[in-house]
Design a protein around this ligand. Structure first.
Ligand SMILES: *[C@@H]1O[C@H](CO)[C@@H](O)[C@H](O)[C@H]1NC(C)=O
Ligand SMILES: *[C@@H]1O[C@H](CO)[C@@H](O)[C@H](O)[C@H]1NC(C)=O
Ligand SMILES: *[C@@H]1O[C@H](CO)[C@@H](O)[C@H](O)[C@H]1NC(C)=O
Ligand SMILES: *[C@@H]1O[C@H](CO)[C@@H](O)[C@H](O)[C@H]1NC(C)=O
Length: 486
């Protein structure tokens, strides 16, 4: 600003330009500040380069070698050649998602020793060479989701000891190699959902000692043997929903204390055995909705000691005596279930809540009936419904009755009215004449004597109303009948 004031005669535009140039020079001389140029198609913040959605077919020239982050999202890169990022030794994140990468050469990421976050999601990668990530010893997050990989090289993830999050969802993987994650001792999240996995290798997850969350949903697994997971000593959440699992076993004696959530929604489980749940003493959430269970072994439920949430809806529950153990367990269960658990058979109980059916049809001898809230509320709603129906019927009848009554009254009055009306008109005519006479005789008569007189003087509408009300004749009767007679 002082600059500006010293040359007050110079126009504002040249002055601003000078100021700008000088400040840029000053900035360049300062050792800490960066003096990098921003490539034409990029947006730059400090040493982070955002070159998104520019139709780029390769990383642009002119990105500073000291870059900390580089985003090349939504471009048209098809291949990563060897040493593609050579010299970017400071790079900590690299986003290459939403390109058309089909080929990644062996040494494409060579030299990126500091890289922590690599996103290759939404490309067309079918295969990655053994040594693709071997130099990325500091990698923490790797996203390979939404590609077309059908297999993983056995040693693809070797050396990634700092990897914490690995996304492999939505590929076409059919299996995972034995010991594929052997080195991933820091991995906490592994996403393998939406693939084509048919089976899991015996030691497929060996080495994942810190894994907390394993996603295997939307695959084609048919058998799950918990003995395949013994090395997952930190796992808390296991997602297996929407597979084709029909056989759930545990082929070895072992206690898996960390597992808290097991999601088996949308499988084909018909039978559950106690040994599986004996292995999982701390299970809190168990979701078995959309399976083919028809009854449960009481010993299975004996193992559900720490459960707080259960999902049992959309199964083939058979509401006969076989359901008693489940009903008894449900009626004392302190946790919650989100979707109603309905009978599938026999026909007469179909669609009923299990607890209602057991109570309503007296299926179980010792079932302590209405202790459960569900049963009670439903009973109330049933009574409510009956009462409501009764009310509706009575109301309709009353309505019909009054309708006919009105019709009847109208009919009667139309039959009787004409003479009555005539009679009233005569009455009023006579009264009018009398009144006129009286008024003529006593113009100053007091109101008290006049008022009752005026009352007998029905206007046209009043007369009709009076007659419909059924009082017409009565009022007429107050008049001396002889006067009314013609
Ligand atoms: C990778 O990029 C995709 C698409 O932009 C994004 O949805 C995803 O969250 C990113 N992955 C990670 C781990 O940040
Ligand atoms: C991957 O590397 C290992 C040794 O590092 C080697 O035995 C294996 O054959 C390699 N696989 C391929 C497909 O190159
Ligand atoms: C599951 O598979 C095992 C071994 O193949 C077999 O012994 C067992 O009967 C099966 N269980 C069910 C419920 O199909
Ligand atoms: C009902 O309970 C009694 C004792 O409480 C027991 O002896 C009997 O076996 C039970 N019956 C059934 C069908 O569970």
């Amino acid at each position: 600003m002082s600059f500006h004031s010293r040359w007050p005669l110079v126009g504002p535009a040249p002055a601003a330009l000078c100021l700008c140039v000088i400040s840029m020079l000053l900035l360049c001389l300062l050792p800490s500040a960066s003096c990098t140029t921003c490539p034409q198609k990029c947006r730059c913040e400090d040493l982070q380069f955002y070159c998104d959605t520019q139709g780029l077919q390769a990383p642009p020239d002119g990105v500073d070698k000291g870059a900390l982050g580089l985003s090349l999202r939504h471009n048209s890169i098809t291949e990563l050649s060897p040493d593609q990022f050579y010299g970017f030794s400071q790079l900590t994140w690299l986003h290459l998602d939403h390109n058309q990468i089909t080929t990644v050469q062996e040494d494409a990421f060579q030299g990126l020793y500091k890289l922590k976050d690599l996103n290759l999601s939404s490309n067309r990668i079918t295969k990655l060479p053994n040594t693709t990530f071997i130099h990325l010893i500091n990698l923490q997050i790797l996203d390979l989701s939404f590609n077309q990989m059908t297999a993983l090289e056995p040693e693809l993830f070797h050396g990634l000891r700092k990897l914490q999050i690995l996304h492999l969802r939505s590929n076409s993987l059919r299996t995972t190699p034995v010991r594929a994650f052997w080195d991933c001792r820091s991995l906490e999240y592994l996403g393998l959902s939406n693939n084509r996995l048919r089976s899991l290798a015996r030691n497929g997850f060996a080495g994942l000692i810190k894994l907390r969350e394993l996603h295997l949903e939307h695959n084609q697994l048919t058998k799950i043997n918990l003995a395949h997971f013994p090395r997952l000593v930190a796992l808390q959440f296991l997602y297996l929903q929407w597979n084709k699992i029909s056989n759930l076993t545990c082929g070895m004696e072992w206690t898996w204390t960390t597992l808290e959530k097991l999601d088996l929604t949308g499988n084909e489980i018909r039978v559950l055995t106690p040994d599986v749940f004996e292995t999982l003493p701390n299970l809190k959430i168990l979701l078995l909705d959309n399976n083919k269970l028809s009854s449960l072994d009481p010993q299975v439920m004996d193992m559900w000691q720490s459960l707080g949430t259960i999902g049992l809806s959309s199964n083939l529950w058979e509401c006969t005596k076989r359901i008693c153990s489940l009903a008894t367990w449900l009626s004392t269960f302190k946790g919650r279930w989100e979707h109603s658990i309905l009978c599938h058979s026999p026909e007469y109980a179909q669609g009923e809540e299990i607890l209602d059916a057991v109570y309503g049809f007296q299926l179980c001898q010792n079932f302590s009936a209405p202790v459960t809230k569900a049963a009670v509320t439903d009973d109330f709603s049933v009574t409510d419904n009956t009462v409501l129906t009764h009310r509706v019927i009575i109301g309709t009848m009353a309505l019909l009755f009054s309708f006919f009554l009105i019709i009847f009254v109208v009919y009667i009055s139309r039959k009787c009215c004409p003479p009555t009306l005539r009679r009233i008109r005569h009455c009023s005519a006579i009264q009018n004449r009398r009144q006129m006479r009286t008024q003529q005789r006593q113009p100053m008569a007091d109101l008290a004597t006049q008022v009752p007189y005026n009352e007998y003087e029905p206007s046209h509408e009043e007369g009709a109303l009076v007659i419909i009300n059924g009082y017409g004749q009565c009022k007429c009767q107050q008049l001396p009948y002889k006067e009314c007679e013609v």
